[in-house]
Design a protein around this ligand. Sequence first.
Ligand SMILES: [Zn+2]
Ligand SMILES: [Zn+2]
Length: 179
Amino acid sequence: MKLIYLVPMGDIDPDILESAALCLWHTFGIEVTVSDPMEVQTDTYDSKRKQYGSIEILRALLKSAPKDALRVIAITDKDLFIPVLSFVYGHAQFEGKVGIVSIARLRQEYYGFPADKEILTQRTLKEVVHETGHLFGLTHCSDVACPMTLSTNIRLLDRKGVTLCESCMLLLKENMLEK
Ligand SMILES: [Zn+2]
Ligand SMILES: [Zn+2]
């Protein structure tokens, strides 16, 4: 049986992992397993930017993907970047196997507010659905309430929901039938 592997990378609250696993199962209809934690590869760290390169992390994830993994999605507490952007909330190969979400900028503390687990959980779920959606061939959506909409800041991220819009859901079903 093929599974979605959810990989904790760094300090990730087990409750958030469990919520993310449930949410993925509900959204994509594929069984999810939370794997053992994986170390963040130190050679993906850019000391000038004080961030981790998501392209390099995805490469490492792909290399270590279990045989029965249909998709692998990691959640890390490390701040991520790709060379053309100052940061990314997440990154996934389009129609690929591996993706990653960073909670570094999803925490209320990052913006100078007290920690809020519920807010962090909701933001994480939206981004996990977003990156996993890319893995299943979904592109960015123009519906601002759909998790597949592109969020370039936390205000835009908070505006969207966790549930895919009707057209993304339809596209997802079509994509899954083709496979
Ligand atoms: Zn995206
Ligand atoms: Zn949509």
